[in-house]
Design a protein around this ligand. Structure first.
Ligand SMILES: [Zn+2]
Length: 105
């Protein structure tokens, strides 16, 4: 199943879910706060479930497989600015890992 997300720096962000989503190629500082799940949980042909998450501010969209953000697609862009999304993803993962400790405390 092909992703409905098109990453483009030229086109303006657009939410045409469930048919097409235009997303900026990189997340911004706003994305940590404004990421919202859109639509329902979907399943790949192999049964892997995922949902689309989209920033309501800038329109950055990813497919999220339960902490498995679409790294392959971002890597495939082969951009020199890779540090930015990697740092963002590291931060999201750290915060996710921190959650249980916060609850325990
Ligand atoms: Zn954003």
């Amino acid at each position: 199943m092909a992703t409905i997300v098109e990453y483009s720096a030229e086109k303006s962000a657009r939410n045409g879910y469930p048919r097409k989503i235009i997303s900026p190629p990189f997340p911004g500082p706003c994305c940590l706060t404004y990421m919202k799940r859109i639509g329902e949980m979907l399943a790949e042909g192999d049964g892997q479930r995922f949902c689309y998450k989209r920033c309501t501010r800038c329109g950055f969209t990813v497919r999220e497989f339960v902490f498995n953000i679409e790294l392959d697609r971002l890597l495939a862009l082969q951009v020199s600015d890779w540090d930015r999304p990697r740092n963002w993803i590291d931060r999201v993962r750290r915060e996710a890992q921190d959650d249980p400790a916060d609850i325990a405390a």
